[in-house]
Design a protein. Structure first.
Length: 237
């Protein structure tokens, strides 16, 4: 299963296996993994906003575990740059910085424009997959599922990058996934009307790939990512 598809399942599931659930359900992951998933999903879908202070006791109670696996999970999340630990106080959810936005946008621009040029002429498999993702994103937008739409947005772009055939670039792009999702969800909540523009530009990228117009696809990707960067910085256009 594709990485972004696995993550889509994670984001759409209310829990992996809630404490006290039936013995017939899938066996729960280790306690530290459950805490890690709970906090990470909360940060990415904005239940835990930047600046929120999380305590070990609150997280242990929320997930139904002891404090030891909570500490282990928080250490992993600190390494990933999502939180900062303060001894005897808790974990601070780090806000998205302007430098982080600039770095993500610059990397996206380089990787995505290169990839979209490489996939032309696009294979029928890629076209069909992008059509499927676009249809899913439209359904999520119509239902008001902004977090789900943000996940599908990332899958749409990741599919193009992966189809470019460069495994190193694909892995680099996947490393941006969490940062992009966090920014994307924040943008959609701040500007819910702008999702229509996202869908229109995805349709335009798909149309350019169908006709084999590499330069048009590159230009649309440039405009799309540039627009994202302005919204992420709070510069409404």
């Amino acid at each position: 299963m594709r990485t972004c598809c696995i993550y889509a399942v994670l984001m759409s599931s209310p829990s992996l296996a809630a404490p006290g659930s039936s013995s017939l359900t899938v066996k729960q992951p280790p306690a530290a993994d459950r805490v890690y998933t709970h906090v990470k999903q909360g940060v990415l879908d904005r239940r835990y906003e930047g600046g929120t202070l999380l305590t070990e006791g609150e997280l242990a109670e929320a997930v139904g575990v002891s404090r030891t696996p909570v500490r282990e999970a928080l250490l992993r999340l600190e390494v990933e740059g999502l939180i900062r630990l303060y001894p005897k106080k808790g974990a601070l959810v780090l806000p998205v910085s302007s430098q982080e936005i600039a770095d993500v946008v610059e990397t996206r621009m380089l990787v995505e424009q290169h990839a979209v040029r490489k996939v032309v002429p696009a294979s029928p498999t890629l076209i069909a997959r992008l059509e499927e993702l676009l249809a899913r994103q439209k359904e999520q937008a119509a239902a008001g599922d902004l977090a789900g739409a943000a996940v599908t947005d990332r899958c749409f772009h990741a599919e193009i990058v992966r189809s470019g055939g460069n495994e190193i670039l694909s892995r680099l792009y996947d490393q941006l996934r969490d940062r992009q999702l966090r920014m994307g969800v924040a943008i959609m909540h701040a500007h819910p009307d702008r999702i229509a523009k996202t869908l229109t530009e995805h349709e335009a990228i798909l149309a350019a790939l169908r006709t084999g117009d590499a330069e048009a696809a590159v230009e649309i990707v440039h405009q799309h990512v540039d627009w994202f960067s302005h919204l992420a910085r709070g510069e409404v256009r």
